[in-house]
Design a protein. Structure first.
Length: 112
């Protein structure tokens, strides 16, 4: 992300420093990494893991991706306010839910 953000800024003629994108990037990265870790551990023991992982992973992380896209659009347009807060709250709740559920599920998955 540290490499992509400056390239993105240059290509789309945006300021190189956009501090509003940092919390969005951190929240969505944390959520995707958490869900991805558990789902990959779950899929590694299946026979068709190449197919199973995307089928399980993408629908679960889709709310985080949509929230990140919407929040990034608000920051890039220079808006803000309650709309940005709603999308950041969705990302935070997504992270909290999966940071609580995934460690418990991870232990159960590894046992089976």
């Amino acid at each position: 992300e540290a490499i992509i953000f400056p390239i993105f800024a240059v290509l789309f003629n945006l300021p190189l420093v956009m501090p509003g994108l940092i919390p969005i990037a951190l929240l969505v990265t944390l959520g995707i990494a958490t869900v991805g870790t558990v789902f990959s551990a779950m899929a590694v023991n299946t026979r068709s893991r190449e197919v199973m992982l995307p089928l399980l992973f993408f629908p679960v992380v889709l709310p985080a991706i949509v929230a990140a896209v919407e929040a990034s659009g608000i920051v890039i347009r220079g808006e803000g306010g309650s709309n940005l807060t709603q999308w950041l709250s969705l990302l935070a709740v997504f992270d909290i839910i999966f940071l609580v559920v995934c460690p418990v599920a991870f232990n159960v998955i590894l046992e089976e």
